[in-house]
Design a protein around this ligand. Sequence first.
Ligand SMILES: *[C@@H]1O[C@H](CO)[C@@H](O)[C@H](O)[C@H]1NC(C)=O
Ligand SMILES: *[C@@H]1O[C@H](CO)[C@@H](O)[C@H](O)[C@H]1NC(C)=O
Length: 278
Amino acid sequence: MAARFLYTVLLPQVAEYVVVDPCDGDTSCQSYIKVLLEIPPSNDDLLVCGSTTVISKYDCYNVSSSNSLTTSIDPEYICSVHYLENTTAVIDTDDGKLYTALVYNGVRDRTIGRAPSYIEPVDIFSVAADEWIGEEPSFISSYTETVLEDWVLFFFREVALESETRDIYSRMAKVCKDDNGGNSNVLTNNWATYQKARLQCENKYYYNVLLDTALSADGQTIYAAFIANENGVPRPAVCSYDLTQAVPVFENQQYYSQDTNTDQWEKVVTSHDPYPGE
Ligand SMILES: *[C@@H]1O[C@H](CO)[C@@H](O)[C@H](O)[C@H]1NC(C)=O
Ligand SMILES: *[C@@H]1O[C@H](CO)[C@@H](O)[C@H](O)[C@H]1NC(C)=O
């Protein structure tokens, strides 16, 4: 099928940061597009975010005008700085809010953020230090329009903090669309409704590594492609998940917690309010 060539993102030079040109002879220094989203309601405009490697400079563009979008979002909140770090972003067509999940400052800080629109600064995010997202996350996909109408869903894989052997687990996380952040000093501008669950896909093997997802047209089923690396042999699998079953998972399941940073993760005995922010 013939393609219509639309655009190439040429990232601005940032000479002030660059002592030795890191792109000299290094083809990996070109920019990589990490986010490509139609902007509702017209969908004539595309939000494009690219990132590089050493320069870590990126921008967002209006394809129709070939201009940078006028935006007050720190572009670091739209796509991960380093091209090897994955990003997912989605704009809710109902209210235009932009949700992103990315690694924004080197390898340690990973966050899920929300901006009231694609031109306004992020007002809710998760705090990296809280380790709500595990280490080395790879963000795969995000959805605002599923049967779980009140939720925004994120799919990713991460090094599970509760795994003593540092296994990669795959996750579905959710935040509520009406989350306006916690009301204590600690949680101001932080998600109060963030929860994550492990996505299990297994028969004879544990397929821990999520690669991609697709949502059914009725918004109820997520199909997820995984890979397992058992005995050095890569084994692919596809699992499907009925999203309506996520409600009891988040409401009734056993929670894990850790007393201090060095303790093991233990099942929580006393019951916690699963929705402290509502
Ligand atoms: C993108 O550019 C087109 C053409 O200049 C303009 O009509 C449109 O409003 C711009 N879109 C955004 C989101 O700025
Ligand atoms: C980003 O995704 C690609 C494709 O799945 C993968 O090769 C790469 O390792 C991911 N990056 C990170 C930091 O996990």
